[in-house]
Design a protein around this ligand. Structure first.
Ligand SMILES: [Zn+2]
Ligand SMILES: [Zn+2]
Length: 114
């Protein structure tokens, strides 16, 4: 997401925050994946989301749409702790994990499937 009060004509890496933990992932050189409408999930959140929603099948039930794909699915995934609370669906967790895992730019390893 974009930091509140940022200058839209001069977006800096500091202005791009992980929707799920509020970390300026780009500025910190943290692996991250972009979703729709400027949404971002960082690698740290993705690891937690993958372990909970995919491996442990510990999914949240919410009427909210997924912040990354902007759709609501019965299969929701995981929610961050940063206000406003963002939800990511299981499909996006898997897709983002696959993309980040393959990315040569980032050293990020997908949690092993259990
Ligand atoms: Zn994060
Ligand atoms: Zn999604």
């Amino acid at each position: 997401m974009h930091r509140k009060g940022m200058n839209p004509d001069n977006v800096t890496p500091d202005d791009i925050l992980c929707d799920f933990c509020g970390t300026p992932a780009w500025a910190n050189d943290t692996p991250c994946v972009e979703g729709h409408q400027g949404s971002i999930i960082c690698g740290k959140c993705l690891t937690v989301a993958y372990e909970l929603a995919v491996n442990q099948k510990d999914k949240v039930e919410t009427e909210d749409q997924c912040r990354m794909c902007l759709e609501h699915r019965d299969e929701n995934g995981w929610q961050g702790a940063y206000e406003p609370i963002a939800t990511i669906c299981v499909r996006c967790v898997k897709q983002a994990s696959g993309a980040l895992n393959k990315s040569k730019h980032w050293a990020w390893t997908k949690p092993s499937e259990t």
